[in-house]
Each structure stands twice: as C-alpha cells, then as structure tokens.
Design a protein around this ligand. Structure first.
Ligand code: APR
Ligand code: PHB
Length: 397
C-alpha cells in the first residue's frame, strides 16, 4: 500500500469538489481529489444551468470565471406561463439590481478541471473503493485503489463532495444522522437541442397536462423539460412526441415560435427533496448533493453546492490561518439555515407549478389561487425574485 498525505482530501470531482479544491489551492492549502469516474464521464453529464450572483462571485474569486464572463448569458428576469399568458418576473427591478447567469454546470466543471490541471493540483480519476477511516480522530485517512495500486491517503479533513450516491454520507453511522425526504410522483424529461431558445428568458409553464420549462445553454442551444409520470420510460418519447407535447403546454404565442430539431441528449430525472442533518461527522464535512437534494424547479441544486463550498472554504481559511478550530463545529448549522430556505423555495415552486396526480379539486384550486396571488402582487413577485436570485451567504466571523 502506497501512503500519500494532503491537508484536505476531497471525494468527488463534481462542481462542489472542484470549486472547493480550487479555492483552497489558491489559498495555499493542499488538496487531493478522488473521483470514481473518468474526467470524460464527468464532463459529459448534462446538468443545471442557472447560476446565482453568489455563485458567480465565488467562481470569480476562484479565478475560473473568464469563459463564463464572456460566454455566459446574464438574465435580468424570467417568465411564468399559465392560462395561455406570460407573467414577467423582473429579477433585477425586484431585487435591487441582481441578475442570474445562464452558464451550464458542464461548462463550470470543464473550467474548474482546466484550472486544477493548470495549477498542477492532483486529481485521481477512476479511483475505486474510496473509503474514509477514523473520522472522529485527529488523523483521518482514506483508502482507495487506482490503476491496480492500493493507496492510503492521510489528511487533516475530508470533504464529502461525492453527490447523492457517494460514499461519504454512507460512511457516517446512520444513528448519527437525521434524514428528511420527500419524493414527488413525477419526473422531468429533458431534451437538449441545437436550436435557438424559444424566448429570450427562461419560461416556467404550468398547464393542466403538466409543467414545462424552456431553458437554454446559449443563443443556439436550448434545454427543455416536461413533467412526466415518475415511472415513465424514455423509449415512449420520440423527439416528435416531445415537441408536440411541449407546444401543447406553452402559450400559443410561444408554441408558434418554437423551433424544433433533433435532440442531442434526452433523459428523465426523478424529483426529490432530501436533507441530512448534521452535515458533519468528526472531520468529515458533507457538501452539495452529498448532503441535500432539491427538485430542479427553483434552479437551486448547483447554487446550494456553491454556498456550502463558500462556507467550508471560509472556515478552513480561518482554521489554517488563525487556528480558529472552533468554527468547524458551526459548519453544519450555518449551511443548513440556507439549505432549508432553498429546500422550502424549491418545494414551493414545484408544488405551485406541477400537476399532482392525487390532488383533489380543493387542493388544486388553492394552488392555482396561491400562484394567482403571488403573480398579481408586487410583494409576491418580490418574494419569488429574492429567492430565485438566491438568499445571502452568512458571514463567517
Ligand atoms: N468515490 C469517488 N467519487 C465519487 C463517489 C465515490 N464513491 N461517488 C460519487 N463520486 C463522484 C461522482 O462521480 C461525481 O463526479 O462525486 C461527484 C459528485 O458530483 P455531483 O453529483 O455533480 O455533486 P456536486 O458536486 O455536489 O454538485 C451539485 O448541483 O445541479 C446540481 O445535482 C446537480 O450535480 C449537481 C449538484
Ligand atoms: C436548466 O437549464 O437545466 C434548468 C434551468 C432552470 C431550472 C432547472 C433546470 O429551474
């Protein structure tokens, strides 16, 4: 067995792991990233695309924003469609000047990988059997295998950035964790196509046949989603059926303008709300999808990963720089305050905009009326806008 040493061992090379790694590396704190998949596999995943200003600032701080700042699309608002009409949510006006950035998670990941490679920081791709040990001690360590060789990695802290199905959360004794979960009786069928987006801004559409979302990756690449039953099979959805159904769920003025084309990616994702408490066990910290999942309706998944990264990064800066080890105990509570507010918003947006197969007539009317109230009131639109651009990051003092 070969022994390696680092200061912060990071499990997972998704956006959480790579962004934390870059910020720590820039601050002179050593990291080593262990990723189960190949770099190509990680870069090939199509995920979210809306960045809150807080995440945009963090990417700038990490020095990985050059391409985002030239190619990303700044959106000052989005639209909600219902009953054949669009309501504009003017994010900028409603939040005192804040906007979101449209830039795919795939691109964020690619930029972070390039920066890590350029910095000469170590990443083991295709690392198997990653296993944390002695997390409650002062000297935790990980074991893993890479290209047939067994390794022992000694470190000060372990960052569990390995997503919902990762090993980090699973290595915490179940009795030390509390799980909060809600499964929704539907999923999202997503299509990526090299067609111009149907509308200059994102459109979230509610319709008696189900929710639809018109998003984009650039001015020539669109990303569309349809609510489908949870058990739906991809084989049932030809491109033609997808475009027809999307048109049905959009207001006529948009449906008429929709430019269709062959899909370059098509997938179904289940919708889930999930939070584990606490987000820490001894010297292991959970970040991003390893600790929480939101349904995609509020565009919060990637952004929550970024706020966890910011929190742990600022704590570790003070731990290594000023010996403030007592801050480590505050990580989970600080993160969870923001996580739960985003969980609430994502659950609420999902509840307002989707059709629930079991809902009775009364529940349905209450949801319609709630949405009508929020759309018709400046205070309502402000509440949606403030949450959509993202609530503030808590200061670490
Ligand atoms: N060992 C090593 N790596 C692992 C392991 C393991 N046992 N299990 C999972 N991983 C890797 C995955 O292959 C993946 O590359 O951890 C990474 C986790 O990345 P993500 O799932 O992208 O999670 P995260 O970085 O927290 O990103 C937040 O925001 O938009 C949302 O869900 C979306 O992925 C997104 C998330
Ligand atoms: C996306 O572009 O993939 C996207 C955008 C907004 C969402 C969810 C997904 O709320």
């Amino acid at each position: 067995m070969k022994t390696l040493k680092t200061q912060v061992a990071i499990i997972g090379a998704g956006p959480s792991g790579l962004l934390l790694g870059q910020l720590l590396h820039n601050a002179g704190i050593q990291t080593l990233v262990l990723e189960r998949q190949s770099a190509d596999h990680v870069q090939g995943r199509i995920r979210a695309g809306v960045l809150e200003p807080g995440m945009v600032d963090l990417l700038r701080e990490a020095g990985v924003s050059r391409r985002m700042d030239t190619e990303g699309l700044v959106h000052d608002g989005f639209a909600l469609a219902r009953d054949g009409r669009l309501t504009h949510i003017d994010l900028k006006a409603l939040t005192g000047g804040r906007s979101v950035m449209i830039y795919g998670q795939t691109e964020v990941t690619r930029d972070l990988m390039a920066a890590r490679a350029a910095a000469g920081a170590t990443t083991f791709y295709e690392a198997s059997n990653v296993q944390p040990h002695a997390l409650k001690s002062d000297q935790p360590w990980l074991t893993f295998e890479h290209q047939g060789q067994a390794f022992r990695l000694e470190c000060d802290y372990v960052a569990g950035c390995d997503g919902f199905h990762g090993v980090a959360r699973q290595s915490i004794p179940p009795e030390a964790l509390q799980v909060f979960e809600r499964i929704y009786p539907f999923g999202w069928l997503g299509v990526l196509a090299d067609t111009p987006p149907v509308h200059p801004e994102l459109v979230y559409a509610t319709h008696p046949r189900g929710f639809a979302l018109c998003s984009m990756r650039s001015l020539t690449r669109s990303r569309y989603y349809l609510q489908v039953p949870a058990e739906e099979s991809l084989a049932e959805w030809s491109d033609e059926r997808f475009w027809d159904e999307l048109k049905t769920r959009l207001p006529l003025e948009l449906a008429e303008q929709l430019i269709t084309g062959p899909s370059i990616e098509k997938s179904i994702a289940p919708l889930r709300s999930f939070v584990v408490e606490p987000m820490q066990y001894g010297r292991l910290f959970l970040l991003g999808d390893a600790a929480h999942i939101v349904p995609p309706t509020g565009a919060k998944g990637l952004n929550l990963a970024a706020s966890d990264v910011s929190t742990l990064f600022r704590i570790l800066l003070k731990v290594y720089g000023e010996g403030r080890v007592e801050l480590l105990e505050r990580y989970s509570a600080i993160c969870l305050r923001r996580v739960w507010k985003a969980e609430r918003f994502s659950w609420w947006m999902t509840s307002m905009l989707h059709q629930f197969p079991q809902a009775d007539g009364f529940t349905q009317r209450i949801a319609e009326s709630e949405l009508d109230y929020f759309m018709g009131s400046e205070a309502g639109r402000k509440t949606i806008a403030e949450n959509y651009v993202g609530l503030p990051y808590e200061a670490i003092e």
